[in-house]
Design a binder for this molecule. Structure first.
Ligand SMILES: Nc1ncnc2c1ncn2[C@@H]1O[C@H](COP(=O)(O)OP(=O)(O)OP(=O)(O)O)[C@@H](O)[C@H]1O
Length: 259
């Protein structure tokens, strides 16, 4: 097996006065497709922020965070290589940035294409390739603020992919998307997963768990309480236990729905 893209060993993370991740151990290999599930406040976003080194683990002798085989990173470089997409835009200046420039900002982890940033012709070629991949060529000249939520999400995925090393970290990507845009997002995730992109997805929305996602992490109160194949973890009993409520689960054509 290829060497892991991510290794977290005995990771504890504090935010404010409280420890919010407790003894997290997680190894992810390139090409894996993972969904992280858990109740509000259980630490899912903090786990992603630990991967991007926006949150630091408490210093303990047994603690390790190794990403792409390295423990030390320039943060801008790391964020670029990881390909992070959250439900919010990366800053207000993004609203007046055109689709193509928005994708190019992925090379700089910036919120707009500031005049001092040097864009090479290779970067432009790559941005055009990615715009095509995420089906956003018609948005090249459109300002992000004038796009629908679904269009913005596609462009932000393009921004995340443009300089990434084949990994995508998605934090609740279907938030605020209508049914059509949710389906489009699912199709895009499927295409990227099929091309070998490593996907780590946080979601509260089970249909986001595309058929290609085969590993589920369950988190509760800052701990990983389940890590295994979808067939074992996506059950009424396990989901009910995780969220503390009765769950009726339905699987149709590889997608899961709850009521
Ligand atoms: N900036 C912050 N300062 C202090 N505490 C924070 C901060 N951000 C998050 N927390 C706390 O850390 C804990 C984990 O939050 P986190 O956002 O990682 O959870 P989550 O599982 O992503 O939640 P949700 O599903 O609601 O997005 C929560 O108790 C939260 O209140």
């Amino acid at each position: 097996m290829s060497s892991p893209f991510l290794e977290l060993s005995h990771v504890n993370v504090a935010r404010g006065e409280s420890t919010v991740l407790h003894d997290v151990n997680l190894t992810v290999h390139p090409g894996e497709h993972i969904a992280i599930l858990g109740p509000n406040g259980c630490g899912k976003s903090t786990l992603i922020k630990t991967m991007t080194c926006e949150c630091y683990p408490l210093v303990r002798p047994e603690t390790r965070v190794r990403i792409f085989g390295r423990e030390r990173w320039d943060l801008t470089e790391l964020k670029k290589r990881l390909g992070v997409v959250s439900a919010e835009l990366p800053g207000k200046p993004m609203l007046t940035t055109t689709g193509r420039d928005a994708v190019l900002t992925g090379f700089f982890s910036s919120s707009t294409l500031w005049p001092n940033l040097r864009v090479t012709s290779e970067m432009e070629d790559r941005a055009d390739e990615v715009l095509k991949l995420v089906d956003a060529t018609s948005l090249v000249k459109k300002e992000v603020g004038a796009m629908s939520a679904g269009q913005q999400r596609r462009v932000m995925i393009g921004r995340a992919l443009v300089a990434s090393s084949g990994t995508l970290l998605l934090d609740e990507p279907s938030n605020a998307l209508d049914l059509f845009a949710q389906k489009e997002l699912q199709q895009l995730m499927r295409k990227l997963a099929g091309q070998g992109t490593t996907i780590i997805l946080i979601t509260h929305h089970l249909p986001d768990i595309i058929p290609e996602i085969d590993r589920i992490l369950m988190m509760r109160e800052g701990r990983i309480v389940g890590d295994g194949p979808k067939s074992e973890l996506l059950t009424e009993e396990k989901l009910g236990g995780l969220f503390g409520t009765e769950v009726a689960l339905m699987e149709r054509a590889g997608y899961y729905h709850v009521s």
